[in-house]
Design a protein around this ligand. Sequence first.
Ligand SMILES: *Cc1c(COP(=O)(O)O)cnc(C)c1O
Length: 359
Amino acid sequence: MTAEDEVRFRSVLDDVAAYKPGKPPERTDGRPSFKLSSNENPYPPLPGVLAAATEAAGNMNRYPDMGALPLLEALSERFDVPVTDLAIGTGSVAVLYHLLQAACGEGDEVVYAWRSFEAYPIAVQLTGATSVQVPLTEDARHDLKAMEAAITDRTKVVMVCTPNNPTGPVVHRDELVAFLDAVPRNVLVVLDEAYREFVRDTETPDCTEMYRDRPNVVVLRTFSKAYGLAGFRIGYAIGHAPVIAAIRKCALPFGVSEIAQAAAVASLRAEKELLDRVEALVVERTRVVGELRAAGWDVPETHANFVWMPLGDETLAFAEAVQAEGVSVRPFPGEGARVTIGEREANDLFLTIACAWRQ
Ligand SMILES: *Cc1c(COP(=O)(O)O)cnc(C)c1O
């Protein structure tokens, strides 16, 4: 077969790295193992949420409600926004893909902090646009001044991840307002708040308030983390109607299943119980960070359900050492490892290994 006979794909695909999912833990000796590599919620589904999903599964011969009206109405009430300001997708990552597809192509630039969420470079590259990555500050925070300076005539989208995955810090209200005021009105600003429910810092804005008088701001939220629906794939955007209409044009028809929609509606009804679980994880986070710091680890402030271990060249050796004890974490070779806050037993096991590492 000659090169001429090969099927052809867009050349932008040549440089796209495949998304690396967090590894499952491997154990063969029968002792318990824990997955702290994908920022999942360790709690099993609430009975009411499971019942709603099970009931919806009875309709699997039908296409889902494409308008997702019960869910949009529930979200509309929850955030006091019109239904026309809401779009859903199979996870907020899917919503981001649709948004980028709607906003940019070859020759355009997308500005975001780095290191940040791994899906960003892939999603940008697939559109043909160019990523402009602005290094985080020494303390692993967004450098909004430098991001502002990185905006050019070619910039179509700027993405802000708060709390930042994988490092943990948030962007504060005053710096975000100054940033939004400085960004040209025709540049779309995506505020990715996948971990908003875990934030306990009072200077952190609720970005669903920030979008109201700013037509170029769109907020991404998800049911995957705080609400524990990662396996069902459901997330949403809150933005002004023209932005939402553009997202909807790019979305796959019938993408979000009836089961996921039903589980999301039931989760909003059970929000208090779910947020109690989030609070328990926040308590665990405080404990884990405190113990790591007491053992000499210089971990950045975190407002998400994970903690960043700045390991540098030791990253892979550390990941292998914890894996050997049945705990999987997410290594970024040469930089550090992201470790999800899980159930207490998992955190204890992780802490034992991490604290011994510093001895
Ligand atoms: C987990 C995550 C999301 C959302 O993921 P979905 O499961 O696709 O909703 C979005 N942004 C960041 C930064 C995340 O870590």
